[in-house]
Each structure stands twice: as C-alpha cells, then as structure tokens.
Ligand binder design. Structure first.
Ligand code: SF4
Ligand code: SF4
Length: 233
C-alpha cells in the first residue's frame, strides 16, 4: 500500500509488474514512457497472467515520495480480493483519492479486469469507514499523460523531474544501472564518481526507476513552478 510518483498508487494491478523479470522491467518503462500507456500495459499484464488472489499489506503503508523514498504511515489494514481493480479502488477510498482518476483502476474496469464502483463491490470484514485517512500524503489530482517523447520545448519548465540530494548520495551507481533508457538519462560525468550522477532531462522518460532503486533514498522528485501552476494542479 504505497503512493507512487508515476501512477499515483502502487497496488494490486501495479504489483504484477514483479512478474516481469530482470531488465525487462526497465524495458517496459522505456516502451511505455507515460503514466497512461504504462497503466494500460499493467492492466494487459494482469489480464494475461490472471493472478487469482491479491493481498495488500497496509499495516504500515507508505505516503509521500513513494514507491521507495516515502514516509511510513500506519493504516492498520490488510485488504484481500480476487479483483485487483476493486482492491485498488478500496485503497483509493481509504486515502481519500478518487479511484476514477487512477488509470490502472479506470482502464482496469474498461478493459474488463475488474470493478471499481462502490455499488459493484461487496465488502466483507471491518467497515472501511474506520480506515479512512484523509491526511494520507498522496497527489489527488488527475494523472496527466506526461508523454516525454512528445513533450514541447517547455517540458523542462513544466514536467516533474527526479533529482539527487548530494549529501545523501554514496556514488554507488545503482541508479545509473537501473535507468532503462538507451544511452542512459543519468550518468557519472566522464565516469568521475567523486560527484553524484548527472541527469540528462532531455532523455529522461520520468519512469522513476532510479528513485525506486536508490539504496540511500537520495533521489527525490521536484515540480517546476510552471508545472505546479498549469500541469499538476
Ligand atoms: S543510487 Fe542513490 S546513492 Fe547510488 S549513486 Fe544513485 S543517487 Fe547516489
Ligand atoms: S533518469 Fe531515472 S527517471 Fe529518468 S529515465 Fe532514467 S531511471 Fe527513469
């Protein structure tokens, strides 16, 4: 049960990406570089594999800068379902997030993977009203199609981007290895490891694999002022 920078939440539908092995995971990010196409791929993957039971551990969830560098948030809940869309929609409701705005949920229903509307879900167990956390730190606006390839000349001024906190970086290079972009969107300048790797934002597809893999939680995400005003309101 975690917040996610690209897809808003990482829940049952997104969890199935774990079935994609090794570097193919990164290749999926390169092939589907925006949140919408990536989410559609996740729904397709679930339809192909058809996992029979989904279990979400939300005893200690993660809010904020997920999926790797967020803050622990006690939600004290375990959610189980044979419907990953219903499960993720329930997660959304618990954190006061409109499920319809989440592409894995929305496309999940329209592609026939499951149901997200409350009237179509049968709840068993404790009343979910007792688990709602309106202050869960998560972005609540619609997921935008951050199509990096088609982005305009203003993209550097509007798109969110990962950055490295120099004081936390141990120069291990895990983020560089994790970057799925051919030719790498971040690298040590001239191979010099005395400084952190440097981003090439023109190449960066905003998959946040670097952030997810950094063992020191040294990578955060920032939004330029114009982006805050026009894109991520
Ligand atoms: S993975 Fe993290 S700690 Fe390692 S080089 Fe990259 S930013 Fe620095
Ligand atoms: S630099 Fe990070 S966010 Fe950008 S493409 Fe590489 S791994 Fe993804």
């Amino acid at each position: 049960m975690k917040a996610h920078q690209l897809t808003r939440i990482t829940g049952a539908v997104k969890n199935s990406l774990g079935l994609v092995y090794g570097i193919n995971k990164g290749a999926m990010h390169a092939k589907y570089p925006d949140a919408i196409s990536f989410s559609k791929m996740l729904v397709d993957l679930n339809l192909l594999v058809k996992p029979r039971l989904h279990i979400m551990d939300g005893i200690m969830a993660m809010e904020g800068n997920g999926p790797r560098s967020g803050k622990p948030k006690k939600m004290n809940v375990i959610i189980m379902s044979d419907d990953p869309v219903a499960l993720d929609a329930t997660f959304c409701r618990m954190v006061d997030l409109d499920p319809e705005l989440i592409p894995t949920v929305n496309y999940g229903e329209s592609y026939g993977l499951g149901k997200w509307k409350e009237e179509d879900i049968e709840y068993l167990g404790d009343d979910i009203g007792g688990f709602i956390s309106k202050d869960f730190d998560i972005k609540r606006g619609p997921v935008k199609k951050e199509n990096i390839a088609a982005a305009s000349i203003f993209r550097g001024m509007v798109l969110r981007k990962p950055f490295i906190e120099e004081s936390k970086c141990i120069r291990c290079g895990v983020c560089v290895e994790a970057c799925p972009v051919q030719g790498k969107a971040l690298e040590f300048k001239k191979g010099d490891r005395s400084n952190p790797p440097v981003y090439d934002y023109k190449k960066c597809i905003r998959c946040y694999c670097c952030q997810e893999m950094c063992p020191e939680e040294a990578i955060d995400v920032k939004t330029p002022l114009l982006g805050k005003l026009f894109l991520y309101r």
